[in-house]
Each structure stands twice: as C-alpha cells, then as structure tokens.
Design a protein around this ligand. Sequence first.
Ligand code: SF4
Length: 251
Amino acid sequence: MDFTNTLIHWYLHNKRELPWRNTTDPYLIWLSEIMLQQTRVAQGLPYYNAFVGAFPTVFDLAAADEQQVLKLWQGLGYYSRARNLHSAAKHIAYELDGVFPNNYNDLLKLKGVGAYTAAAIASFSFDEPVPVVDGNVFRVLARYFDVVSDISRPSSKKEFAALASELIPTSDPAVFNQAIMEFGALQCVPKNPDCRICPMNEGCLALKRKKVHELPVNLKKQKITKRYFNYLVFNDEHRNTKIRQRTEKGI
Ligand code: SF4
C-alpha cells in the first residue's frame, strides 16, 4: 500500500471522535479550526461546545455583543482570534447574506483566515483538493520522504504543499487532510514517536536512515525573551479591588 492508502486506513481505525468531524457545515468547521490554533484539542473542546450552544449559526454570532463573545473565549488566549471571528461572522451574515465562501481563494479573504484554515474549510466542507500544511504535516512528510528543507523558510511551505498536492486524492480530500493531521498528532509525534508500531515504518525514509529525531529541520530557534511585570493592587477597607481593563495589545 502506498502512503495515502496506508494513512487513510490508519485514520479510519484510529481517529478521535470529535464533534466537528461529523459535519460539513463550514461555520462549525471554521469555528473549530480557529479555536484549535495554538490550542490542544482537550482544551478547545469545551469552548467549542459552549460557542456552538450560544451561537448555533453564523447569524447568532454576528448578532452577539462583542463582550459576550470575549467572555466565552475567556481562557483560550489570543483574543484577536475571537475579534476576527466576530468580525468575519458579521461580514458573512450581513454582506454575504449568510452564504459562506465555498472555495479556498474566497475563504482566504475572510478576516483571520490564513492558508491553513482556508484549506481545512475548503476540503472538509466543499471537497476541494487543497492540502493543509501545518506543523503536523511538515513533520510527517519531512520524515516519511526525508525532506531536509528548513521549515522556517517561507519557500519550504510551497515545497511541502506541492508534495502534499501530489498525495491528496481528488476523490476524498477531506479524509486525507484529516488523516495526515491526526497521524501527526497521535502517531508521528514530535518527540520519541513509537516507530515500531507505525503502519508507515516500512516506507519511512527517516526511520530507515536513522534521522527521525533530526526531522523536520527547523533552523529558526524560538527566541525566548524574559519579561518582567510590576503590579499595583489597590484594595479598600471593604476588600473591593480596583481593576482597569487592558485595551492595548500584549500579555
Ligand atoms: S516510522 Fe516513525 S518517523 Fe516514520 S512516519 Fe512512522 S512514526 Fe513517523
């Protein structure tokens, strides 16, 4: 079996049951994709359920008060995601008559939607064979095909996207994209993947060449900056605390 067939076979037997996998509704898929950016599934799931409960359609989200949206987002971080979501919901509801853009290029025009999210919605909802390329996909492809390009370079994204485009089946692009992301999240994990039980181990070049821990290549190391904050806490004699809402960007 080749890469694509093995991957899909593995996925169908190992995938996690997640609510946004049982729908092709672009609104719900969009919500889940934005929420899961920089967020683990276990952390994002209760937020997703609360959001869908409060705003079951794009019209409900568009009509919501921004404070209500931010309140439901509280704890997820990166609040610009919530603001962009709200703003794009208004655009879809009021300017596009509630009709979600149905292709990759138009999805990219939505506020807060980048290449990865546009590809996810386009494939999951509209069966467009456009591959998702995120950290999981970089890792799986770099290892299996021994691709040594530095993933921190913008040109590498194109290279990996081209490789994924060759692998994605036109008949069911959604399941391929779901599968490669899930495979990277559960099996071909960043540290110490269990290659002995991997269904890809016979064809995996990184395993064959003992390079699993070297791939993917990422030459741009994360720069860690120390930041120091000082706080003044004002309490009165009745134990009331005075607080001021932050309006600028930052922590
Ligand atoms: S054999 Fe190991 S490195 Fe290769 S695809 Fe499987 S888990 Fe990843």
